[in-house]
Every structure is written in structure tokens, then in C-alpha cells.
Ligand binder design. Structure first.
Ligand SMILES: [Zn+2]
Ligand SMILES: [Zn+2]
Length: 213
């Protein structure tokens, strides 16, 4: 699978805009591209997509991790362009879009051959578990349910290889021992501690980052 960070508080590539929020494109074999979260600002999201050569009309599924504005802000900008993508929202979000398939994930759900949602956890947020040749890669928005809760849910699909996304105020660092990839994005407060504790596993996140796993 290939994951491209489209929107983040930071950038790792010249020519892209930053903004408080998160969005990532996930491309896997035998499935249309999936957009996970949409950042805070639609214009910034579309700008970065254009710079990265991502065509919004090709997206087959949009997953919203949770109903905070820094993850949903660009949603309607994408829906305006893309009339067919399926939308996966947490069970507590009420979204009615006539003519469009909307899945309210109140339990784990398979999105494509290798991509699964944990379903809404702790009444707020869903994360992705992506099957790769190296193991399960977790993609998280803000990790409001707690990183441990998310990793437990994702491990139902296999051994967790790594985590990419916002980790918020997470500091139970021992919970990450055994992971091979730690890519803290967006709202993560303890990035420097994570980098110091996991120098081999740490990858700096930012808009423009592309990881093939
Ligand atoms: Zn949030
Ligand atoms: Zn957030």
C-alpha cells in the first residue's frame, strides 16, 4: 500500500501548504484510492492534492475519523467534485446525503480487500487497519479513544507493524514497543520524546510524505 499525507500541521515537501488538521490518501491493490479525513480547510486540501497529482474524482471511499472540524473541513469540497465515493463516518455522526452510500461505522467494517475500519471506538472516532505484506498499518486521525484502545482493535486483523496519524496527548510510550514504524502527525504533542525513544522506527510526518509499505 502507499499512503500519502495530503494535509498536516507540518510539511516535508516544498510547495505544499500546512494547516491544523489531517488528511491522507491510501492506495492499495485492487481498490480505488481512499481518502482518510479531509483537513480543516477545503481550499488547502484541494491545493495540496493538485500539487501532489491526486485527482479527487478518482477517490472511491472517504473515511472520516471523527466529527471535529480539523478532519471534516474539506469534506464538502471533495463531495462537490466527486459524486460517487462511498462515505464512512463514525456511528455517532448523523450524515444524510441523498443518492450517496453513507456507512455509519458502529462496529468494525471491511472497506476493501485490505482496508478495515475499527468502527467507532469510545463513542468518538474510527481508525483504519490496513493489511500490508509487513503487517497491519494503523492510520489514526487524532486518537481520542486512546492509542492503546486503537492498537488493540487493529490487532484483531493481525500483528500491528506501525501507526501513522495524530496521537494527541498520548504518552504511554511503552505501548509502542514492538512496532516497526511510528509516524506521529497532526496533533501529536510528544513528537520529540517519540523521536528520542524510537529513533529507528520514527518517521517525520508532514504534507507530501509518501510511504510505501
Ligand atoms: Zn479531534
Ligand atoms: Zn485533529
Amino acid at each position: 500500500m502507499k499512503i500519502t499525507i495530503v494535509y498536516d500541521n507540518c510539511t516535508v515537501r516544498a510547495g505544499l501548504k500546512t494547516g491544523w488538521g489531517f488528511s491522507a490518501l491510501i492506495e492499495t491493490d485492487n481498490a480505488t484510492p481512499l481518502l482518510f479525513d479531509t483537513g480543516a480547510d477545503g481550499a488547502t486540501l484541494l491545493y495540496n492534492m493538485k500539487q501532489l497529482g491526486i485527482d479527487p474524482s478518482r477517490i472511491g471511499a472517504i473515511v472520516i475519523s471523527h466529527a471535529h472540524g480539523d478532519h471534516t473541513g474539506g469534506l464538502y469540497n471533495i463531495l462537490d467534485i466527486n459524486k460517487h465515493a462511498e462515505l464512512y463516518v463514525p456511528a455517532s455522526s448523523v450524515v444524510r446525503l441523498p443518492g450517496r452510500k453513507v456507512i455509519q461505522a458502529n462496529r468494525p467494517v471491511q472497506i476493501s480487500e485490505t482496508v478495515f475500519s475499527t468502527g467507532e471506538l469510545q463513542g468518538i472516532e474510527q481508525s483504519l487497519a490496513v493489511k500490508t505484506t509487513k503487517g497491519i498499518v494503523v492510520v489514526a486521525g487524532c486518537s481520542h479513544p486512546g492509542v492503546g484502545v486503537i492498537l488493540n482493535a487493529a490487532s484483531d486483523y493481525g500483528k500491528v507493524y506501525g501507526i501513522i496519524g495524530g496521537l494527541h496527548g498520548f504518552r504511554d510510550f511503552s505501548r509502542l514497543y514492538g512496532l516497526s514504524l511510528i509516524c506521529p502527525c497532526h496533533c501529536t504533542q510528544y513528537k520529540s520524546e517519540l523521536r528520542r525513544l524510537f529513533p529507528e522506527q520514527y518517521i517525520a510526518c508532514g504534507a507530501g510524505l509518501e510511504l510505501k509499505l
